[in-house]
Design a binder for this molecule. Structure first.
Ligand code: NAD
Length: 244
């Protein structure tokens, strides 16, 4: 049975770890990237050298047509997409008062509409086969408020709404939709906040460390697998106890 997994924003960070974890679970994986072609291709080469099927594809998830093209290319090359991980995301720190239309719209376009675009592109196949799984990457800031991260927080809360509503709508078609809400994870996104904020986040995390991309990839790999066959509509936090 030919089938494949698509991970958006997979050239680095959580998406990269997720692509590796899914390849190890036997999924042919498409590594979607926005700009870092070198990183995406190097990941694909490394996966192939380990005997896994993988391909890279450039697409801005906010661009519905580009996403549709990517899903067609993946289906033709590796098999229809039966697992979608909506991981691509951007964040921004700043006062709500200072946020202009462009920034607000871009954050929602990538974090929320990007997931919508990808789900709509993979759904025709999933609906016709009555199987498939979607895993959205939200955030602890979608579960609780994030000061100076209002747009990001809104977009991640919306991803939880998308997950729950879609899970109900698609359950009769045998398609599972779940969500992971990572805590503070050691990636470029958190590194960009600076050393002082990083130390504060470690302090605030009961397990006393930042998470690794693999900590999140492991949860995603579980949700993607048949071991989670009866799990849908759930938000699984992997946050070292940040929200308890
Ligand atoms: P990251 O910045 O390293 O990775 C984000 C990835 O998304 C990058 O590869 C980037 O190129 C890609 N991307 C951004 N815009 C895109 C677009 N328009 N189209 C396609 N790809 C695009 O950060 P990360 O921590 O690995 O983030 C992965 C996901 O996890 C994001 O959705 C983020 O919001 C979420 N998250 C991260 C943390 C954390 O602490 N790092 C916490 C909670 C949630």
């Amino acid at each position: 049975m030919k089938r494949s997994a698509l991970v958006t924003g997979a050239s680095r960070g959580i998406g990269r770890a997720c692509a590796i974890a899914l390849a190890r679970e036997g999924w042919p994986v498409c590594v979607n990237y926005l700009e870092r072609r070198d990183a995406a291709e190097s990941l694909v080469s490394s996966l192939r050298s380990q005997g896994f099927a993988a391909m890279a594809f450039q697409a801005d998830v906010a661009d519905r047509k580009a996403v549709a093209r990517m899903v067609r290319a993946v289906s033709e090359t590796m098999g229809p997409v039966e697992l979608l991980v909506n991981n691509a995301g951007i964040s921004h720190q700043g006062l709500f008062q200072d946020m202009d239309d462009e920034l607000w719209n871009r954050i929602l376009a990538v974090n929320l509409t990007g997931a919508r675009n990808a789900v709509q592109a993979v759904l025709p196949h999933m609906l016709s086969e009555k199987r498939g799984a979607v895993i959205n990457v939200s955030s602890i800031w979608g579960l609780r408020g994030g000061s100076c991260e209002v747009a990001y927080s809104c977009s991640k809360a919306a991803v939880i709404g998308l997950t729950r509503s879609l899970a109900l709508e698609l359950a009769p078609s045998g398609i599972r939709v779940n969500c992971v809400a990572p805590g503070c994870i050691e990636t470029d996104m958190v590194r960009a906040l600076g050393e002082e904020t990083r130390a504060m986040l470690v302090e605030e995390t009961p397990l006393g460390r930042l998470g690794t991309p693999e900590d999140i990839a492991n949860v995603i790999a579980f949700l993607a697998s048949d071991r989670a066959a009866f799990v849908t509509g759930q938000v699984v936090s992997a946050d070292g106890g940040f929200i308890v």
